[in-house]
Design a protein around this ligand. Structure first.
Ligand SMILES: Nc1ccn([C@@H]2O[C@H](COP(=O)(O)OP(=O)(O)OP(=O)(O)O)[C@@H](O)[C@H]2O)c(=O)n1
Ligand SMILES: C[C@](O)(CO)[C@H](O)COP(=O)(O)O
Length: 426
């Protein structure tokens, strides 16, 4: 008799809970639609789930009246795993219950995640999904660095539990569908549940299926929940912290892409080495402060190649050219590239200069211009899927990053609105 093979892998569904109104944030629109680092919060979250190999399908629960906004994001970003956008309920648990109903009864693994935790890292999703293959219930959590106390009547300290045993609960929280459904059915049948609601799905399972152990998976400090206005500033800063190890593309990584480079032979060479169809214009060919010359060069490249996927504006070679290249030139290149990049949903990469010592005011002024332009364009072009980033030389960068290779890595990445530090050549 043949020995039975391993159990087939169950389908894993990511449920993104976005049904809240964001009362504590205090805006007119739900906080998951706020734009941070060039994209809406829910867009950041969906992008991580879409890219996670462990996730087969995504269901979004959205605030009633705002489902069209999410459908539009899904279509624009091409999130193919999103199978449904469903209206959420009046409470988080009601939104979860609606999600469970939408999933039907066929057994699967479900990872429930707060839409407003956009900084969830792939390894946390992978950790939860993998643990869920062999366990019926899992939750992401981290140790508490604060001492936590229990407040008694009259705001008097009643108890300080042993911190070593305390964990801060995050999402994803993962369950076998049949288990979490059963726990929710019991909760809904309990007349006491509405007066003592649970603040998360783990709480529902722990209360109504105490027979099932819930396994704790390491979450991460970055996986914060955007709840109060100050969290927007923190999340924005964290989203802009580009990992020191940007993926450095190898041969073939830019196959089929057209890269137009103004005045940056190093980036042109690396892009060509990665397989891109490179159209490079040196300073002798095109002076970027000449708007007509830039437009003509781009039109020529687009005609030859049929499309333009990436445009790079290099840094000035001397202080005398700094304003012409990094200020006027960057604006000219952006203006001429806009139409092509909208068509290809492409990428503009600007380079800030490193000027010799003795030019700190000039360097600060042109760097300010390039980085502000990057952020403004990233915001303005994000709705059309166009990314805009900037490479900025940093002296004494902790992890040295070669500019040309970093440039190719950025072109291939999903980043937008980022100012990425590279090693200064001076
Ligand atoms: N009826 C609800 C309430 C909340 N959530 C989602 O659950 C997550 C965590 O909830 P929270 O941070 O409390 O969001 P809000 O309920 O929107 O915030 P507030 O309590 O300040 O109104 C959020 O992604 C939120 O959209 C949901 O899907 N359905
Ligand atoms: C699920 C949760 O994020 C775990 O920390 C939290 O309980 C949600 O609480 P909220 O009040 O709905 O934000």
């Amino acid at each position: 008799m043949a020995t039975p093979g391993p159990e087939p892998r169950r389908r894993t569904v990511g449920v993104v809970l976005a049904g809240g109104v964001g009362q504590r944030m205090g805006h007119d629109t739900p906080k998951q639609l706020l734009r941070i680092a060039g994209r809406t919060i829910i867009e950041h979250t969906l992008a991580v789930f879409e890219a996670a190999p462990e996730i087969d399908e995504i269901v979004v629960l959205m605030t009633p009246g705002f489902t069209a906004e999410v459908e539009d994001i899904v279509a624009r970003r091409g999130f193919r795993k999103v199978a449904a956008v469903v209206e959420g309920g009046a409470t988080r648990t009601e939104s979860t219950w609606r999600a469970l109903r939408a999933l039907g009864t066929e057994e699967c693994d479900v990872l429930l995640h707060d839409a407003v935790r956009p900084l969830v890292e792939p390894h946390v999703i992978a950790g939860c999904a993998e643990a869920l293959r062999t366990r019926p219930a899992v939750v992401a959590a981290i140790p508490s660095s604060d001492t936590i106390m229990v407040a008694g009547p009259g705001e008097v300290v009643e108890e300080i539990p042993d911190r070593a045993r305390l964990r801060r609960v995050q999402t994803p929280q993962g369950f076998r569908l049949s288990l979490v459904r059963d726990a929710y059915e019991r909760a809904l049948a309990d007349p006491d549940f509405p007066s003592r609601p649970a603040t998360d799905d783990c709480g529902v399972v722990l209360r109504y299926r105490p027979d099932v152990p819930i396994f704790i998976v390491p979450g991460s400090e970055r996986n914060m929940k955007v709840t109060h206005p100050v969290d927007v500033t923190i999340a924005e800063s964290l989203l802009r912290l580009v990992p020191a190890a940007l993926p450095l593309p190898g041969p073939g990584a830019l196959d089929g892409r057209t890269v137009v480079v103004f005045g940056d032979a190093g980036v042109a060479a690396v892009a060509g080495g990665c397989g891109a169809d490179v159209h490079a214009f040196s300073r002798a060919d095109v002076r970027v402060e000449d708007a007509a010359a830039v437009a003509e060069a781009l039109a020529r490249a687009a005609k030859d190649a049929g499309r333009v996927d990436h445009v790079v504006c290099g840094a000035p070679e001397s202080p005398a050219e700094a304003v012409a290249v990094s200020h006027v030139g960057a604006l000219n290149v952006a203006g001429a590239a806009e139409g092509y990049l909208r068509e290809s949903r492409g990428h503009l990469l600007l380079r800030a200069p490193a000027l010799p010592a003795g030019e700190p005011a000039l360097e600060a002024s042109v760097t300010g211009a390039v980085t502000a332009l990057t952020e403004a364009l990233a915001r303005a072009w994000a709705p059309d899927g166009v990314r805009v980033n900037c490479l900025r030389p940093v002296r004494d960068l902790a992890a040295p990053r070669d500019a040309a290779r970093a440039a190719a890595g950025v072109l291939l990445s999903d980043l937008t609105g980022q100012v990425i530090g590279v090693s200064a050549d001076l």
